[in-house]
Design a protein around this ligand. Structure first.
Ligand code: SAM
Length: 411
């Protein structure tokens, strides 16, 4: 009989590694199935993607020649079960052999059986001397993260906790840990629908680092604020909840839908506009702008381990051009003296300080964040007065996503 978890995990890995789809898109494309099977498949595929370098290193001594990619994916799934997810040996091996046969790879069933039995025999000792953090990080990313690389890569080994943002004056839900920056943290694996207040719209999912850019914009009641890249809306919600008059722009029609539904659930209002921020002209200039720009998203690898496998250095170059174009447009929408917070969920240096330098050419002057503004998280303030978070920060509390943010003032 087919094992739905491994069947779907195999489809997810094939979609990401061979067809270069995101894990989220691949999940959406799975046929309808039991929610628990789907969640288990997601967890298994994510574990393989997160620890792929390590799993390949464990398999290496048992492979005399390179197996076809689908067979390697079956082996990765089997090895992840054995070494990372505590699947009983006989179940991990038998389901992998069955999967091999069901996927038209029967000639490799003997190989899969033999290799996984050897991995099962060695057990967790197979992981012993490996430099997992290094193995599980593509070389170009490791190099680009400089001295932070090891602490970032160590944090990537684990699933991220679940962070939520509460509406102003909301009570901390049971089981949540109030973080110094105001976000509330739940253990990894918590289902958001189980958190009291979620259905009622009293809170929304938002990583502790992702909650910082809107706070640093310091929205005031009735200020006219634009959120130029708004969906799914976590930052729009923060601005609206602070009483600002918010215009939320989003280019993607499907994501606009999500933004609208989310705002309704949270009982918050923003003028939602489906437009490209590089082409749209506002009826009047804004007091402040949040530009949460499209980016390489390498700051979210803990939550989306497929990002590490899908992105290439050229993608970083492409997004920096889009970021500059958005900064130039944003500058034209801001009143003189108005402020803009530029943010990206990226760990790539090119998407940070050089964009602030480029923004000077559009009449936007860097205004450093003061130590007081970042008093709740002083380790995230760079000497230049930028915000730089990364997964290795607050390691004892479960880390945080990688974000860069800077404040710019229209001259
Ligand atoms: N700020 C959002 C939040 O906190 O929930 C996340 C934004 S996400 C990083 C970037 C968003 O910008 C995507 O939804 C993308 O579709 C949108 N986007 C990208 N380029 C855009 C453009 N030129 N104009 C408007 N929206 C754009």
């Amino acid at each position: 009989m087919a094992d739905p978890t491994r069947e779907s995990a195999f489809d997810l890995l094939t979609a990401v590694l061979e067809r270069h789809r995101t894990l989220e898109d691949a999940l959406d494309a799975l046929p309808a199935q039991d929610a628990r099977d789907r969640a288990a498949a997601h967890r298994l595929a994510a574990a393989v993607l997160r620890r792929m370098g390590t799993l390949d290193a464990v398999l290496e001594p048992f492979l005399r020649k390179e197996p076809p990619e689908p067979v390697r994916n079956v082996l990765r799934i089997g090895a992840a079960g054995l070494l990372l997810l505590e699947t009983p040996s006989h179940a991990a091996v038998a389901t992998a052999v069955a999967l091999t046969k069901r996927r038209g790879l029967a000639p490799f069933a003997g190989l899969v059986n033999a290799v996984l039995r050897k991995v099962a025999t060695v057990g967790a000792a197979a992981l012993g001397d490996l430099d997992a953090a290094r193995l599980d990080t593509p070389a170009w990313l490791w190099t680009s993260w400089g001295t932070l690389a090891r602490s970032i890569a160590i944090a990537h080994q684990h699933e991220a906790p679940l962070d939520v943002t509460l509406k102003p004056d909301g009570a901390v839900p049971e089981g949540g840990l109030l973080l110094p920056t105001g976000s509330v943290r739940f253990p990894a694996g918590t289902r958001v629908s189980d958190i009291p207040g979620f259905e009622a719209g009293d809170l929304w999912v938002q990583d502790a680092a992702a909650a910082l850019p809107a706070r640093l914009l310091a929205p005031r009641p009735n200020e006219r604020i634009a959120d130029l890249c708004a969906a799914p809306g976590g930052k729009t919600a923060q601005l609206a909840a602070a009483g600002a008059s918010v215009t939320a722009l989003e280019r993607d029609a499907a994501r606009i839908e999500r933004l609208t539904v989310n705002l309704k659930r949270w009982g918050l209002h923003a003028d939602v506009i489906n437009a490209d921020a590089t082409e749209w002209t506002p009826p009047a200039l804004f007091d402040a702008i949040l530009l949460d720009a499209p980016c390489s998203a390498t700051g979210t690898i803990r939550r989306h381990p497929d990002v590490a496998r899908l992105k290439r250095p050229r993608d970083v170059q492409t997004v920096t051009q889009a970021q500059d174009k958005l900064l130039e447009s944003a500058a034209s929408m801001l009143r003189p003296g108005g402020r803009l917070v530029y943010a990206v969920c990226s760990l790539q240096p090119e998407e940070g300080a050089p964009r602030v330098a480029a923004a000077a050419g559009f009449g936007l002057r860097h205004d450093p964040f003061s130590p007081e503004e970042l008093a709740a998280i002083p380790e995230a303030r760079t000497p230049e007065g930028f915000l730089r978070t990364h997964p290795g920060l607050w390691a004892d509390k479960g880390g945080m996503d990688g974000f860069f943010a800077a404040r710019l003032i229209k001259g």
